[in-house]
Design a protein around this ligand. Structure first.
Ligand code: EPZ
Length: 428
């Protein structure tokens, strides 16, 4: 397992380009199951979870070619043709490494009438059941048994039937699973209290390009008219708004001035608002975002995470780390996951002053953090530890960076391109 050695104190400067969104590319790869012909995805990020999803699609008997060679380099593309799928199953050894494998459930039921998906276990940030997915798919006629840790699902012999579905609480992949099931179901499906995350809209737009009939995209009420089949299409994956927010945090914490290229700024309005409130200077020009900050001059700001368009839970760890050296006390409330403060214990090792009370963290800004050995626990926590180590005095060593490599496209290389001093030590 690789580790990162981070020498703190370097202010950032320069230009960095945001990669494609992991949480759009994952449902989009699953959507390829629905089509009679190939789905080409461009602008995909180079990261572990997509390679896992590619392995899963291949395991099912489809063809998933990622990052095709391109004369000495590679193209950020996924060429997906699932017409030869003959095993509608997602086995435990793949699902346990990536919960998002459950995204194949809806497409498999819709296209093949059956599915066997290992029930995703919990992860560091929470139990993360998929009961809402199953309840909604059952409303469309699917029946499920749980045997040996696998969910075995079957659609009616004439196929799934459109239904009027209301989610009790917002679920991003639950919305995506049902959306993908509905596009081939018989009749109309309405999804109420649908997730409004931009990645859901990006998935919907690709489905429309494949011939699906979907209205209400970007709203919390999606209306889908089932069609008989979906065709080949090509789709450019949206930019990763969480990677962009993570890069803003990096400049905010270390100080300096950098330009982030390729982000879709209206996905980041709430996040940018909070950083501006904290004293980070943000200027958008022709789609580029210039970020400027002075280390030690940030002000404490309160944040409560929530479903889009609220402050994203996937930015909570990074923002909390940014508040560790802000002036004053900030209150960070996590409303989405029950255990998403794993980064706090590690940040305390750097000298952060954070008190946890249930789902709320009170962060009292300190003058400066000091480097220490750190252990990453989950994807966004590992990013927050890197940022904090970059702002700290001295050197930090971060282990278990495989968490980072699952969900970021070479973030350490991007940060070094801005002047950070991060050395990746390959596992011995
Ligand atoms: C998606 O996870 C993202 N993953 C997560 O990003 C993100 O944190 C999360 O949405 C919230 O925005 C992908 O898109 C691949 P949810 P998802 O269903 O869909 C509960 C990252 O760092 N719930 O919206 O699994 C659940 O436990 C990852 O990139 C149920 O109780 O999240 C959670 O408390 C981490 N039953 C809340 O709802 C269900 O059936 C929101 O979960 C489904 C969810």
């Amino acid at each position: 397992m690789d580790k990162l050695l981070v020498e703190g104190g370097a202010p950032l400067s320069g230009t960095v380009r945001v990669s494609g969104a992991k949480n759009a590319a994952l449902p989009l790869m699953a959507a390829s199951i629905l089509a009679d012909g190939p789905l080409t995805l461009t602008n995909i990020p180079r990261l572990g979870d997509l390679r896992t999803m590619g392995r899963l699609l291949g395991y099912m008997g489809g063809r998933a070619e990622l990052y095709p060679e391109n004369g000495g380099g590679y193209r950020e593309e996924a060429l997906l043709d699932m017409s030869s799928l003959d095993k509608p199953e997602a086995p435990h050894d793949l699902v346990k490494t990536m919960r998002a494998s459950s995204l194949v459930l809806g497409p498999l039921l819709a296209r093949h009438g059956r599915a066997k998906v290992s029930l995703p276990g919990g992860c560091a940030i929470g139990v993360r059941p998929i009961d809402l997915h199953l309840k909604a798919l059952a409303a469309m006629g699917a029946e499920f048994d749980l045997t040996g840790g696998d969910i075995v699902g079957r659609a009616p012999k004439d196929g799934l039937v459109g239904a009027d579905i209301r989610f009790d609480s917002v679920t991003v992949t639950g919305t995506e699973n049902v959306l993908m099931a509905a596009v081939l179901a018989k009749g109309k499906t309405v999804i109420r209290n649908a997730a409004r995350e931009p990645e859901v809209a990006d998935t919907a737009r690709a489905l429309v390009a494949m011939g699906a009939k979907i209205s209400g995209i970007e709203s919390d009420e999606l209306e889908i008219e089932g069609v008989d089949s979906l065709k080949a299409a090509s789709h450019a994956v949206m930019p990763d708004r969480i990677e962009a927010g993570t890069l803003i945090s990096a400049v905010a914490m270390t100080g300096g001035r950098a330009t982030i290229k390729g982000a879709r700024l209206n996905d980041l309005a709430v996040v940018m608002g909070k950083f501006t409130e904290a004293g980070v200077f943000l200027r958008a020009e022709n789609g580029d975002l210039t970020v400027e900050a002075h280390r030690g001059l940030l002000s404490a700001v309160n944040v409560t995470t929530g479903p889009y368009p609220g402050f994203p839970t996937d930015m909570q760890a990074q923002f909390l780390a940014t508040m560790a050296t802000a002036k004053g006390a900030s209150i960070i409330t996590e409303t989405i996951f029950e255990n998403r403060f794993m980064h706090v214990a590690e940040l305390r090792r750097l000298g952060a002053d954070v008190t946890l009370e249930g789902r709320t963290a009170v962060v009292k800004g300190v003058e400066r953090l000091s480097g220490a050995p750190l252990t990453a626990s989950d994807l966004r926590a590992s990013a927050s530890l890197i940022l904090a180590a970059m702002a700290a005095k001295g050197t930090s060593e971060i282990t278990r960076v495989y968490h980072l490599d699952r969900g970021y496209d070479r973030l350490d290389e991007k940060l070094n391109g801005l002047g950070a001093k991060i050395k990746r030590v390959k596992a011995d």
